[in-house]
Structures are given as structure tokens and as C-alpha cells.
Design a protein around this ligand. Sequence first.
Ligand code: 4AZ
Length: 250
Amino acid sequence: MRLGVLVAVLAVLFGGTAAADPRVVGGDRVSIADHPWVVYITDASGNQFCGGTLVAPTKVVTAGHCAVGRTARSTRVVVGREDKQSTKGKVVRLSGIWVHPDYTSADQGSDVAVLTLREAVTARPAQLVQGESLYAPGTKAFALGWGRTSEQAPASRYLMGVTLPVVSDDDCEQSYSLFKAESMVCAGYREGGKDTCQGDSGGPLVVGDTLIGVTSWGEGCARPDKYGVYSRVGAYRDVLLQQIASTTTG
Ligand code: 4AZ
């Protein structure tokens, strides 16, 4: 066990959280049964590039930057599949894509889109946030996705999740000059270590089953003083509900 002791000492010396378990960044594997509304988005070849949230039997909320320039024909939503290498759940084709008309780039806001599925799925949908109370700084939110587990790592095979506190608008403004409280909300820790990362974009930031954010942008992943930035779902509630109710497909 002398080798084990050496490894433990080295882990303490160099480990911190930087080389922690491959897990989003700093999170853990989670069961999709507990979060049945979380989905991932692929191209026609099945390559995952974003996340999303089922909000009605045929409607998925994702990021504008995940959907812009795509065609319904070349895009799939995978429901109920925690392990990308399994065949569980369902691969669903789209009948329409709506991107917020004011979307230009993630850091300009309006980074939301709604995908319409060609067939209804039975998984339980998430709720859209109502009011401002869940945006109180320090509220414990949860981010989920199949994205990178560190800036340099490949995307995750398994669904990961991480608890992140909602950050005050003032603190986020200090972090990013492009932060806009009308359209964005930050989550994470000043010291870094836990965050969403590339490939998690479009996926949910929730409190329980209530969607409060859509993973949008940030400088790197899990860096100190660089929070994750999420589209502020409450600011887009009305326009999203309009799209969710719509039977025409943007
Ligand atoms: C991205 O590129 C991305 N750390 C997603 C989330 C964050 C940064 C980048 C937040 O999809």
C-alpha cells in the first residue's frame, strides 16, 4: 500500500478540484429518471452538440445559438437516454425551429429557441419559472448536461449534474461587461470548480422541476471569477409560452 499512500499524497498536493473525477465540470452522474425533461440535441449523424428541456409533449426549449442556422431535417432530439451509448429512450425528429427574433450571439442576450417535435413524447415536462423569487442570489439551482467535464476534456458519455448557486446581478456585472440582467442570470462559485461547459449549452438550469435558465455562455469553464451565464427564462416567459402553445412551427 506504499504506492497507495504516495498516490494519496500526490492527490492532496496536486489534486484540489482541478484533476477531480471526470464529471458538466465538478458535478456527478445523475439519473435521467429524476430529471425526465432533460434532452440532448444531435445532428443527423447522431453527434450530440447541445442540451435542451422538454416543456410540453412536442416542445423543447434550448439556446438560440444551438438552433440558429439549423434545419429541422438535420436535427434530432434524444429523450430519455442518460447514456449516449445506449439505445434507451427515443430519438425524435423535428417539424420546426423557432429562434428568438432578437438573437444575434449568446453574449448579446435573447439566446433562446423552441424546437417542435414531430411526435409527442410522454416524458414529464418541466415548468417555466414564474416571477422573480427563484432568482434571489444564493438560490440553489441545478445544471445538467452531456457537455465537457473540463475545458480540455471530451463531452461526457453520461448525463451529469451540478448544484450551482444563483449569483447576484451586481457580482455578475463585475465578472462580465457584457452581462445584462434583463436577459441573463449567472450561476456558480467565485472560486470556480463547478460549472457548465461546452456541449451543455441549451440545457437546463432548474430549481426542482422549474426551468430558470438556459445554458448560454461564459469565459472558459469553472474558472475563478468567471461564472456561467444562462438565458433568463423569466424574461422570455411570455414569448416562450406563445411558442409552446403554437401549432405553427416558426
Ligand atoms: C459553451 O461553449 C459554453 N461555463 C457553455 C457554458 C459555459 C461556457 C461555454 C459556461 O457551450
